[in-house]
Write a protein that binds this ligand. Structure first.
Ligand code: HPA
Ligand code: ZN
Length: 352
């Protein structure tokens, strides 16, 4: 068995960032849009650094102009994920790209995505949920419209609210209104922090936005006391090691802090962020972690169990997923055996 077949859960994946370059090129051709500036000679996305990545990302996203485009993209993404053993995926979807923050336009985009997801579930067994994200560099004002969209569609395929975009713009607390609105609507909360900004941005995420999960958060290792606090809090990190390597945070996988974080008791999950941009897949991530740290089936069962608990879906869905994970691999069956669960020091109050 290769890691490809190991049943997986993915929690940190940007919807547009999962669009293969061929998909975007085809759409651009259909619409007679010239996007040649964002691809290299081999047809891959071309960017120099994180701000440039965001530019290329937004140029690619600009050809996704209708609910039907998002339906096609959703079908493409979920088929690909299912091919890597993913049985449940949460993707980041931005009303900013889907109707410009207008609630009724957003409803149409979301409807198209949920219909495509239902078809993907019937065809491939993969379950999809959306986490509405605001875009940090679009500012706090637009984050409020995104949060209103999220609150209005909570429970209709939408299970969480988060923030992506350029982490160096403003402070986490500038977006507190949006996160409070989403919390009030019963949504799970996550924000990008501790990727391009230091440990203090993780502290801000905990104190000012009171999130359940943090996107990346790797730079918390720069502050051991905060790392202990994070471990005790039960807040889960959505780690994306391949993304961090592609954007130059670490020279190689052995230098990535994922293993250190896990040993310090921080709850970590493994994700791909924007897989075609970073030339990765969930299978690649697992294989690279095995190679760098010797992680095996037990480790990945543990990581998958953490992801299952941290998923923002309802508990009925979670229980169904647990059964499917247990049926899908002996290490997962052992991880979820009644004996093992009894000895598990898991405080549900700390997690959603
Ligand atoms: N990081 C932050 N913001 C983003 C990303 C990402 O990888 N992709 C799209 N928006
Ligand atoms: Zn991300």
């Amino acid at each position: 068995m290769t890691w490809q077949d190991f049943p997986k859960i993915e929690l940190h994946l940007h919807h547009e960032g999962a669009a293969p370059p061929e998909f975007i090129r085809r759409l651009a051709q259909e619409k007679s849009v010239n996007l040649s500036g964002i691809f290299d000679d081999s047809g891959s996305y071309a960017f120099d650094d994180f701000p440039d990545f965001l530019r290329v990302y937004e140029a690619a996203a600009s050809v996704l102009g209708s609910p039907d485009d998002y339906a096609r993209l959703t079908a493409e993404i979920l088929a690909r994920l299912a091919g890597h053993g993913v049985i449940y995926a949460e993707t980041f979807v931005s009303p900013d790209f889907c109707g410009g923050g207008d609630v009724s336009a957003w409803r149409e985009y979301l409807h198209a995505m949920t219909e495509a997801a239902a078809q993907a579930e019937a065809a491939h067994g993969i379950v999809w949920r959306g986490v509405v994200t605001c875009v940090r560099h679009f500012g706090p004002y637009r984050s409020r419209a995104a949060a209103r969209c999220a609150a209005e569609t909570a429970g209709q395929g939408i299970v969480g609210f988060g923030m992506g975009g350029n982490e160096t713009m403003g402070r986490q607390g500038d977006f507190a209104w949006a996160f409070d609105c989403a919390r009030e609507a019963g949504l799970g909360l996550t924000t990008h922090a501790g990727e391009f900004c230091g440990a203090d941005s993780v502290r801000q995420a905990l104190d000012d936005l009171r999130v359940d999960r943090i996107g990346h958060g790797v730079r918390v290792v720069e502050d051991p006391a905060l790392m202990d606090r994070l471990a005790a809090s039960g807040v889960v990190l959505e780690l994306c090691p391949g993304s961090n390597l592609a954007l130059g945070l670490y020279p190689d996988m052995r230098a990535h802090p994922i293993d250190r974080l896990r040993r310090a008791g921080v709850r970590v999950t493994v994700n791909t962020d924007d897989p075609p941009f970073f030339h990765t897949t969930m299978t690649d991530e697992f294989a690279a972690l095995e190679l760098a740290f010797g992680w095996g089936e037990e480790d990945f069962a543990d990581i998958t169990s953490t992801a299952l608990r941290a998923a923002f879906c309802d508990d009925v869905t979670r229980d169904t997923l647990k059964e499917r994970l247990a049926a899908g691999h002996p290490a997962l069956a052992a991880r979820f055996s009644p004996d093992r669960m009894k000895t598990d020091v898991f405080n549900p109050d700390l997690l959603r």
